[in-house]
Design a protein around this ligand. Structure first.
Ligand SMILES: Nc1ncnc2c1ncn2[C@@H]1O[C@H](COP(=O)(O)OP(=O)(O)OP(=O)(O)O)[C@@H](O)[C@H]1O
Length: 730
């Protein structure tokens, strides 16, 4: 174990960051199955990064033989950067999200399922554009189903009801799939098959497909599977508490040859159950992989003791958990404050004042964050910040990469790289080239008849009369010129140039859309950063696949000195010196949609994730008033979960208000308990009710959670709630 000594020396030397015993163990236990169960802020991410460096620097493993899976692209970028600093190597191997890794597999091996290397990764905006086509073709309206509901439905069908859907995409000829779509009659089927057809037509893959296609290729091509298994000598997975079943399957396949699998997670930070995450994968890891070496990390380096005391007391109220307490390593003082305001406006004003006061004490704006459960909670804070001229950036709402100008710019790049229909439809007439609806219909018909893309249709019909007074020729010339000249050119340069030559930026200048121009500048900057951080040469195709996987949180860079406003989900994995958690009202956090005891615990975990983002100070606030449904607002139960000794108060709510609040929690809890009641008497059985006497169960209303009972002594049947005790008769 010479390397361990070397590493230990390195780890405890002045030059390198110190690692504690548990971290050191996690870093140096490289062989076999290793599970790290660690608390928030205990240095999981640091241990993961150091482990990567240890494998490469000390053990001589090639970065290209290591897969390191992170939860967001932002985390992947950060890790890549940290690892480059540690190893000095530009090749950082496969540090990616599961989806990003699948893109790498498919880029190399999609030919095995007759998909081209240039397949497209679809994001929500692309999916909506496809739905738009389906809705128009089949006369559906948003009243039939909103796009967002349609996207959810497609995802559920793909995951649960029709998990074999991909066979339709792979084995069925395009025309047959088209027919299946045309002959569908129910809205659900029309949307589903219409979408599959659109996807296949442009070789588009959504996030779900990326994993499903990869698994399918591994299933049917033993040689390809073995190649990847052999390549990945070490696999490490961060945020393992939020892994879902498909990702777990993928990981299980990938580790099958070398069997070196390292996972790290915190059961108390599971906040994606609603999206299919299952903490059991972490808890039962040792059962699935016997011989698992488990490391516990509890020493928290992030937060001051006051913040940890509040966090520990909060999460200890969850019943379904393995008890563990975070141990503070910092000694500094820093408050956890509960502020009760009389209105949302006052709450927001208090936050603005707090931010200004901290700023005056020398805290940079970029080191402060305002977190909230739901997007709408940001509005009043934003208004207060505008009034007080506090620089701030909202990382929620319309995602950066979903913004109109960003999507348009990316579609110009796509038009150059792929000439796909979606990109063409989006920007052919932006800026105006006189290629409106009528000419688009003409092109669509031509494309259908000649089985070609819209862009090819335009190329072939350019001299037709219908295009006489248009700028169609300029558009085709633009695409041709850029296609010929873009190879080998940096993507950032192509982007700047196409926005200029196409007249797109000019159009925004004429419109006076400074914010959109600023966003484009930000995009150019992010492309440039990607090029410089990527190491290898970035092609246009490569960049486009990467960007389709980006989410809102990925745009949350730390360069601007502004306060960050984001949802708690977006703040996962991040840390800030000062955290303001606002709108901590019952019905917001916990959300009023909480229907089960499990969901209530997930809400509490969400609050815990928010608390544990804070390094030096945590400010919790809520306001009196009425919620959107017109009911009185109460402080969140999670505030009362906190050990009062860990809190400082700034305007405490009156005691009678708190009593009312406790009554409101009890009501919700009773309702949740009722919802959990199951029917225990089958239809047809005889029962006895304490007031109505004997009767027969006629039916069971699951929706209402009630029996329908014909009592012998009553003329008409009654609905009786599951919650009432009934005796079995006979
Ligand atoms: N051994 C250590 N000594 C000093 N500081 C440390 C040590 N390990 C980690 N830290 C610091 O503690 C903070 C938290 O570390 P890190 O982000 O890796 O935690 P984490 O476990 O991934 O957190 P979370 O799960 O809450 O997102 C960071 O600022 C990191 O630099």
């Amino acid at each position: 174990m010479e390397s361990l000594t070397t590493y230990h020396e390195l780890a405890t030397s002045e030059a390198a960051p110190r690692l504690n015993e548990a971290q050191l163990e996690a870093v140096t236990a490289t062989e076999g199955y290793v599970r790290v169960i660690a608390g928030a802020g205990t240095g999981k991410t640091r241990a993961l990064t150091e482990r990567f460096a240890y494998l490469v620097n000390d053990l001589g493993i090639f970065p290209g033989n290591i897969l390191c899976v992170t939860f967001t692209n932002k985390a992947a970028n950060e890790m890549r950067h940290r690892i480059r600093c540690l190893t000095g190597d530009n090749d950082t191997g496969y540090i990616n999200t599961f989806h990003g890794f699948c893109v790498s597999v498919l880029q190399e091996d999609a030919h095995a399922v007759q998909y081209p290397k240039s397949f497209m990764v679809l994001d929500n905006v692309d999916i909506d554009a496809m739905l738009q086509i389906v809705y128009e073709e089949r006369g559906l309206t948003l009243r039939d189903m909103t796009f967002s509901a349609a996207r959810d439905m497609i995802e559920m069908l793909k995951l649960k009801e029709r998990p074999d859907y991909f066979l339709d995409m792979l084995a069925m000829p395009l025309e047959n799939l088209h027919q299946k779509y045309l002959s569908a009659t129910e809205a659900r089927d029309i949307i589903f098959y219409g979408y599959l057809y659109q996807e296949k037509k442009c070789f588009g893959l959504d996030y779900n497909d990326l994993i499903v296609f990869t698994l399918y290729i591994f299933d049917v091509h033993e040689d390809i599977k073995l190649k990847w298994q052999q390549r990945l000598e070490y696999i490490m997975i961060d945020e393992f508490q939020d892994i879902d079943a498909l990702q777990y399957r993928l990981m299980d396949v990938l580790q099958g040859y070398h069997k070196n699998l390292f996972v790290v997670g915190d059961p108390d930070q599971t906040i994606y159950t609603w999206r299919g995450a299952d903490v059991r994968f972490l808890l039962d890891f040792d059962k699935h992989y016997p011989g698992t070496h488990t490391v516990l990390m509890l020493e928290n380096y992030r937060s001051v003791p006051q913040v940890l005391a509040a966090s520990n007391s909060l999460i200890s109220k969850n019943r379904m958990r393995i008890a563990k307490n975070l141990v503070p390593m910092r000694e500094a003082y820093g408050p956890t404050v509960w502020h009760h305001a009389t209105s949302s406006e006052q709450e927001a004003a208090w936050i603005a004042q707090g931010v200004e006061a901290l700023h005056a004490e020398g805290v940079a704006y970029r080191d402060m964050a305002v977190l909230y459960r739901a997007h709408y909670a940001s509005r009043s804070v934003e208004e207060a910040f505008l009034k007080a001229h506090i620089p701030h950036t909202v990382f929620s709402g319309v995602p950066f990469f979903g913004r109109r100008e960003i999507k348009d710019a990316l579609c110009y790049l796509r038009l150059i790289a792929l000439q796909d229909d979606l990109a063409f439809q989006r920007v052919a007439n932006v800026p105006k080239r006189n290629l409106g609806m009528r000419r688009m219909v003409y092109l669509r018909q031509y494309a259908d008849e000649h089985a070609c893309t819209l862009y090819q249709a335009l190329e072939q019909t350019l001299d037709d009369d219908i295009f006489k007074r248009t700028k169609a020729k300029q558009l085709v010339a633009l695409v041709r010129d850029f296609r010929a000249s873009s190879e080998g050119r940096p993507v950032s340069e192509v982007l700047s140039s196409v926005l200029n030559v196409s007249g797109y930026e000019q159009m925004l200048r004429t419109e006076g859309s400074q914010e959109r121009l600023d966003n484009l500048a930000e995009l150019k900057q992010s492309v440039h950063e990607f090029e410089t951080s990527c190491g290898e040469e970035v092609t246009l195709e490569h960049y486009l696949k990467h960007v389709a996987l980006l989410t809102n949180a990925d745009a949350a860079d730390g360069s601007k000195d502004s306060v960050k406003l984001m949802t708690i989900h977006a703040a996962k994995g991040l840390e800030f010196r000062q955290v303001f958690l606002c709108s901590l009202s019952e019905g917001v956090l916990p959300s009023r949609k909480t229907r089960t005891a499990e969901a209530m615990e997930e809400e509490r975990r969400l609050a815990f994730v928010a608390f544990t983002r804070a390094q030096d100070g945590l400010y919790l606030s809520e306001a009196e008033g009425f919620n959107h449904q017109g009911a009185a607002r109460y402080p969140s139960r999670f505030l009362l979960d906190i050990d009062p000794a860990a809190l400082e108060f700034s305007d405490k709510p009156a005691d009678d208000k708190l009593d009312e609040a406790r009554n409101a929690y009890a009501l919700t809890d009773r309702w949740i308990a009722d919802m959990a009641q199951q029917a225990s008497h089958p239809v047809g059985s005889r029962v006895r009710h304490k007031a109505f006497g004997e009767g027969k169960v006629l039916g069971i209303d699951e929706q209402k959670r009630a029996y329908v009972i014909a009592f012998d002594g009553l003329e008409t049947p009654r609905s009786i709630s599951f919650r009432v005790k009934l005796e079995t008769v006979g």
